[in-house]
Design a protein around this ligand. Structure first.
Ligand code: IMP
Ligand code: MG
Length: 185
């Protein structure tokens, strides 16, 4: 059972955490995705670009389950600030430093919500001349989508509601929770 008393100590306000995806369920999903990606990119050079900060735990678990060698890069965008709703205004905080021209690129995201961040990211990366660009998201909040972006690898479909844990934050808190919870403010 989740110990909410412990996490409330790091909470910016009084809030309730409702478990949504357990540690075991996350592990199962990550294993499935790693297998799928490894078999699709068999004998191809793959560059994984993880979106900071939310995807850092997902990426580290995913790569350790993949069977081929991959290159890893990070990118950082922002659209949320300390709020639970996207401002819709995407800004690039950290671009990539490795050359992706002619390479197969897979973006690793924690969650796709409106899809505005993912759409921005795909446009930006395509402008750098890769061979292919696909997206892998641990979580897909498809109901709130505002773009027709295609997510190539989806971990779990989730309902509307603000999620935290396993890398996902609210105002920089809760990233280190080992499971994914819904935050009731
Ligand atoms: P989008 O542009 O609306 O698709 O939002 C994408 C980004 O917003 C994700 O990469 C997350 O960092 C953040 N985000 C969206 N929904 C949630 C959530 O439920 N919890 C935490 N972060 C979220
Ligand atoms: Mg993110």
């Amino acid at each position: 059972m989740y110990d909410s008393t412990k996490s409330l100590k790091q909470s910016p306000r009084m809030s309730e955490l409702i478990p949504v995806i357990t540690k075991d369920e996350i592990e199962e999903v990550v294993n499935r995705l790693a297998l799928e990606i490894s078999s699709d990119y068999l004998r191809r050079d793959l560059i994984l670009i993880a979106v900071l900060k939310g995807a850092f735990i997902f990426l580290s678990d995913l790569v350790r389950k993949m069977t081929q060698s991959v290159k890893i890069e990070f990118i950082q965008l922002s659209s949320y600030g300390d709020d639970t709703a996207s401002s819709g205004q995407i800004c690039l905080k950290k671009g990539i430093e490795i050359n992706i021209k002619g390479s197969d690129v897979l973006v690793i995201e924690d969650i796709v919500d409106t899809g505005l961040t993912a759409a921005y990211l795909i446009d930006y990366l395509k402008s750098l001349g890769p061979n292919t660009v696909k997206i892998c998201a641990l979580l897909d909040k498809h109901e709130r989508r505002k773009t027709d972006i295609q997510i190539d690898y989806v971990g779990c479909q989730v309902e509307d509601g603000f999620l935290v844990g396993y890398g996902l934050d609210y105002a920089e808190c809760y990233r280190n929770l080992p499971e994914i919870c819904k935050l009731q403010l």
